[in-house]
Design a protein around this ligand. Structure first.
Ligand code: ATP
Ligand code: MG
Ligand code: MG
Ligand code: MG
Length: 433
């Protein structure tokens, strides 16, 4: 993409309404614009990142055996009356009435919708287990929308739902998602810590929150230091027994404020870390909380009806954009992990209009591929170009100036380390291919 044509409205001034760094940078780097409180437009650069995150989430869901579908954003209130949650959910639910005076709502989550789909389609235990998910916009009328897309009212969530014959089988589905979450966050360049959590309004008996440490996070986290250094294997057999892997991650102390056990934590001594964190994912095993009132049953092996055991599993896809920036930035701007970067390379023409630099840039642009390169071909000062590229945080910069080009050389800069190297055009191409 040529920057001269790209819709990238960056800001020079720090927007005064933004209290945390990710919100400031998302506005300054032209990723989002606020439409109304907690409701945002995703501009091309922000939207590209959102799509990349979504794709990684999708790949890891699919790898774990979940199947993608798409449920509506607008739901029927009647289903929520069946589960008993219509009144319980309170003011966070945006309630809508249509022209026939029917009660609708903008979905804050989708347990009722998926349970309805399931009960109308699945009859036999032979069709179990099933884990279904979608990546869809949600609306929650948050009392205090803040920190930009981090606590929006409209936000993009991946929510998965598992259906099993009994609680043990449901535990396996839960473990699959647990491991898929560890892999997803690792691919996004994040350290996310699973914490035992309260089940809250979703209900149920087993739950973990996944928290990314960040000083601006809204949750307080207490955990064993060793959790920060754990890695997740590349080759997970999702059909095999995942319990040892899950035990390995849940054996160390880790709790949010509401589950914090001061005595137990004190026994960790110097290994205890207390920090702030951002909730990026939350998984629940809740058994028959929805299947029972909604009559989601299958015929079991002995011919009797069995109420299915369920779980639900959320990832805050849009919140992750902010969480990644909180975890990866410096004074000059964003530092995207390669896996989610909107472009791989920023190409800076320091003397646009000069035949030699134009030709070298054209060659690099073509060879690296216009969809992987953001080419700053504008007639601007070098300083402004450096600042803009650092602000938007692409992993690599290729700096093309007349002096270097005369020797057949360009400069290659790594945004994360700041390291610069003078290399030949060919070797820049080879390195960035
Ligand atoms: P929070 O504690 O931040 O209000 P939650 O516990 O209410 O989140 P869940 O119902 O667990 O949220 O939803 C699953 C995921 O959706 C959360 O882990 C979070 O990443 C994301 N999420 C929830 N509310 C918002 C929001 N208002 N804006 C952006 N993402 C959100
Ligand atoms: Mg909430
Ligand atoms: Mg929460
Ligand atoms: Mg939660």
């Amino acid at each position: 993409m040529r920057l001269s044509r790209y819709f990238l409205p960056t800001l020079k001034e720090t927007p005064s309404e933004a209290q945390i760094v990710s919100h400031r940078l998302m506005l300054r780097a032209g990723l989002i614009r606020q439409h109304a409180a907690g409701i945002y437009t995703w501009l091309p650069l922000g939207f590209a990142v959102l799509r990349k995150i979504e794709q990684i989430v999708r790949e890891e869901q699919n790898r774990a055996g979940a199947q993608e579908l798409l449920m509506p954003t607008i739901q029927s209130a009647d289903l929520w009356r069946e589960s008993g949650r219509y009144d319980d959910y309170g003011k966070e639910m945006l309630r809508i009435t249509d022209r026939h005076d029917r009660d609708l709502l903008y979905g804050p989550t989708a347990e009722e919708v998926i349970t309805d789909v399931f009960r109308n389609a699945v009859r036999s235990y032979k069709d179990l287990p099933k884990t279904l998910y979608h990546i869809q916009w949600k609306f929650r009328d948050e009392v205090r929308p803040r920190f930009g897309i981090m606590r929006g009212r409209e936000f993009l969530m991946k929510d998965a739902y598992s259906f099993d014959l009994d609680s043990d089988a449901a535990r396996h589905s839960y473990n699959q998602m647990f491991v898929a979450y560890l892999r997803t966050f690792a691919r996004l360049g994040l350290k996310a810590i699973p914490l035992r959590a309260e089940t809250g309004p979703i209900g149920g008996d087993l739950s973990h929150e996944f928290i990314v440490l960040a000083s601006t996070g809204e949750s307080e986290v207490h955990c064993h230091r060793a959790l920060l250094d754990k890695t997740i294997p590349d080759d997970v057999d999702y059909d095999g027994d995942l319990q040892p892997l899950v035990n390995d991650w849940t054996g160390l102390y880790a709790a949010a404020d509401d589950m914090h056990d001061v005595t137990k934590a004190a026994s960790l001594g110097g290994s205890l870390v207390t920090a702030r964190g951002i909730e990026v994912g939350h998984i629940f095993h809740f058994g028959t909380k929805y299947s029972k009132p909604m009559g989601a049953t299958v015929t079991g092996p002995d011919g009797e009806d069995v109420t299915v055991a369920m779980g639900s599993y959320g990832i805050g896809v849009s919140r992750l954009v902010g969480a990644i920036i909180e975890a990866s930035h410096d004074d000059n701007g964003i530092i995207w992990p390669e896996s989610v970067a909107p472009f791989h390379v920023g190409l800076l023409n320091l003397k646009a209009g000069d035949t030699a630099t134009d030709e070298t840039c054209a060659r690099l642009y073509q060879a690296l591929g216009p969809d992987r390169v953001l080419y700053d071909d504008r007639d601007e000062r070098a300083g402004a170009k450096f600042a803009a590229m650092d602000l938007i945080g692409l992993p690599w910069q290729v700096i093309v100036g007349p002096k270097g080009v005369a020797k057949g050389m360009v400069e290659l800069k790594n945004r994360a380390t700041g390291a610069r190297e003078e290399v030949s055009v060919d070797s820049a191409l080879a390195r960035l291919a």
